[in-house]
Design a protein around this ligand. Sequence first.
Ligand SMILES: [Ca+2]
Ligand SMILES: [Ca+2]
Ligand SMILES: [Ca+2]
Ligand SMILES: [Ca+2]
Length: 414
Amino acid sequence: MFKKTMMIIVIIAIALMLIFGCGKEDNPFDPNRGGYNDTPQENLSFIDTTTLDPGIDGEIVDVDPSTGEIIIYFLDFMDASTVNTSNIIVRDTTNGTSITGATLTYYPEIKKAVFRGTFSDDAVFVVTLKSDLKNNAGIQLDGNDNGLIDGSPYDDYRYRLYTGTGNVGDVDFVHPEIDWVTPGTTNGVDTLPTIAVLFTDSDIDTTTLTLTNFTLMKTSSQVSVSCTLLTAALNHVSFQPRSKLDEATQYTVTVECASVFDTCGNVLLGFVGENDGWVANIPDYTWDFITEAIDTLLDGEPPQVSVAYVSGEELVVRFDDDMDTSTFTTTNIKVFNNATKQNLVGSIINEYDGKGFRYTLENAVSGTWYKLWVSKDVKEAAPGSWYLDGNIPPNPNGVGGEWNDDYEKEFLMP
Ligand SMILES: [Ca+2]
Ligand SMILES: [Ca+2]
Ligand SMILES: [Ca+2]
Ligand SMILES: [Ca+2]
């Protein structure tokens, strides 16, 4: 008995580890990725931005005809060995260079760092204080001021400065995102489509809009399709296959976001609204489309549930195409009590025309709400043989078998 209990505890522990372990790794926007300790720390922030001199977006003034100064007062006594030009980086964004004759001096008694150098005229500079700066307790910079040790790049702190007529507005820390794509996730796409990706801001570094970073492949074989670049503009890119795609076939477009930047060096984050701040490991953004079936014997449309309703003691579920009825299994089709989440036991009876099934409701209680669930793994018959295009928004969208392509419907037992 004891042995059995121990076994169950071990199994649960492993399951929890898997669930949470994978959850963390799978989430690219987790600011604590990369093995950093995410334990909250007291008084972790030790940049007081009000004591920067010049301040944020301020002007660097020469202290002699050719030398300017950037002064940072830390709140904590610092580990002097970390206050160096590897961890305090000043970049001339107008000329794309580092500062000539740069020196950095730390005055430990007064927690003051002075960066001196010859700053070019009429330029904008970005100062980056790296998270590797440590106080003398060995605690690193909390650049994003969230009380957690997140590491670089989250805890790097950046600000802008200028000389003369340099305009700090020319440099931004705003990441571009994907605003819109065409053709989207859909079917019936022309076999020679123009594929375009539109960005949220008009400041993309067009040299990063290449056919290495934007690719097309046949989904089933993962074989890439040769394309021609049509436009590489500040706010969009477009490209086209060199020859016609196969009919009624699914293709995947991939944007290698980590290799696409704006002109200020901010990386592309993926689709707008689906991202979170400055992230170290940017996942690719992908979507699928299905080409049109010019040959009418082909089928480029994944099946959808057309109706689901109670008729007497049966739940009638019908699809808009001939189905592979071998996928009508108790694994793929379930009915739950909506409140208790208990499985409602019933039988699945296939319709004679192959376009649906009936779920028997002899165990359903009158006046109770139930939920029908049909898995995305339900499939239509050949020639299409596509998986289900469900109804959880943004579905149905013309492409089946996506992670969110299950079908769900609540119904009240009369
Ligand atoms: Ca932090
Ligand atoms: Ca930008
Ligand atoms: Ca079909
Ligand atoms: Ca879908």
